[in-house]
Design a protein around this ligand. Sequence first.
Ligand code: PAF
Length: 272
Amino acid sequence: MTKVITTINEDILSKNICFIPTMGAIHEGHLSLIDIGKETNLKTLVSIFLNRKQFNNDDDFKNYPNELEQDIQFLERKGVDYIFLPQESYIYPSEGVPSIVPSKVGSILEGASRPGHFEGVLTVVNRLFDLVKPSHAVFGKKDAQQLFLIKDMVNRFDLNIEIIEGEIFRDKNGLALSSRNKHLSPDAKLNAANIFKSLQNVANEINLGKSFEESVEQGINLISQNEINLDYLEIVDEENFNYPNKYSKKLKLLTAAYVENVRLIDNLDIKL
Ligand code: PAF
């Protein structure tokens, strides 16, 4: 039986928890993270908390999909042990919680386009970790830079939490699932699948021996041919998010783009 809770009590703290934090608008991508959580055989706890602090744009916060009743049904059907629905005053009490400043990777890519975003993410994730005290936590690889910074925070603060990574869940056309997709019309969803196709094209060109610069340039042109407004398409070394060099073994292509004014992000690993 799933329990819906609004605070963390002694009963929960006495258990080993696998934690799956979300901002709600649950979709199959979240459900796949929960499946991974269940494989740990620990109690699964899913939080739904729309964290105002990680939105640098008020309209973006206000327009974020809110489907709480349906979310609860999905999570109950999935058989999670706890659904944690904290109030804002429980997460951010008046005495304040420490703000977590990201390492320098937090100021590039998403961090450059959305100032303060990663500080907001790390602050809430650290607060949630402090409340839930999980032994394991699952995060999706779609938010690759977020995942990198959360792992970095866990290392920096020596938090005893195992971070488990969930693969990107895509629709049949390749569009990465995201709560924001709910704002896209069917046509826009089809068009948005070109984002992934362009990433695949860049990866193919690199594997065929073309330079990083030329391959990325080609990807940028491909994305821009469609009604997609590109923010960035960049390549990094997966280890440190620096520009890759001849010693790099695993690369990551990362992109953010707007379709019908909806901000979408995606990424693709390239093994050399
Ligand atoms: O990835 C998300 O949904 C959010 O950034 C997270 C990790 C739940 C923190 O609010």
